[in-house]
Write a protein that binds this ligand. Structure first.
Ligand code: FES
Length: 184
């Protein structure tokens, strides 16, 4: 890593805001359809509930399958095609099954300028997979994503939907060791 990038990353560490603690797991006691209907009831227009409804379906199944889109469509009154068109616009929705841990590296311009490419290559090398794929044991999915909105603290990496920033290549191995030590 060149000195200028190292200095930028060190500065980013100092100014980085504290991330809130993760929310406790959702109990998911109500059926998915009921939870989607509750979200729809929060908005004057059902269309406004599509984003949270898709989110609820993804939390239920881990990704958005054809069946998941049909359930969202059934509860919101839109077509599965419209639901899928909305989901396909955003990086946070999974249109394919993911591994037990999903690692996403922002490769947009601000992160790229402070070494996101190095971080991505290190993940790729350590996991033995290309971005956009999952390890053979199903434990890790590696993806690139567009801007996460944390441009001042790049490179930004999300692991299981939690941001880690700035995330240089030196943090790759310790993170994977930690994840590999977890059950599942
Ligand atoms: S460019 Fe990576 S968070 Fe904005």
């Amino acid at each position: 890593m060149d000195p200028a990038t190292a200095e930028t990353l060190a500065g980013a560490v100092e100014t980085r805001p504290q991330m809130p603690a993760p929310l406790p797991p959702d109990e998911r006691s109500a059926p998915l359809r009921d939870r989607i209907l509750a979200a729809v009831a929060l908005y004057p227009e059902p269309r406004s509930a599509l984003i949270p409804a898709l989110r609820l379906a993804q939390e239920e199944y881990g990704w958005l399958s054809t069946e998941a889109f049909e359930q969202v469509a059934d509860a919101t009154g839109f077509t599965p095609a419209l639901c899928k068109s909305v989901a396909s616009f955003y990086d946070m929705y999974r249109l394919h099954p993911a591994g037990a841990h999903e690692i996403c590296v922002c490769t947009n311009i601000s992160c790229a300028l402070v070494g996101a490419g190095e971080t991505l290559r290190e993940f790729s090398r350590e996991l033995g997979i290309e971005p956009g794929s999952t390890t053979a044991d199903g434990r890790f999915t590696l993806r690139t994503v567009e801007c996460y909105g944390g441009c001042g603290w790049g490179p930004v990496v999300s692991v299981d939907e939690r941001y880690h920033e700035p995330f240089g290549p030196d943090r790759v191995r310790p993170l994977l060791d930690e994840l590999r030590g977890q059950p599942g």
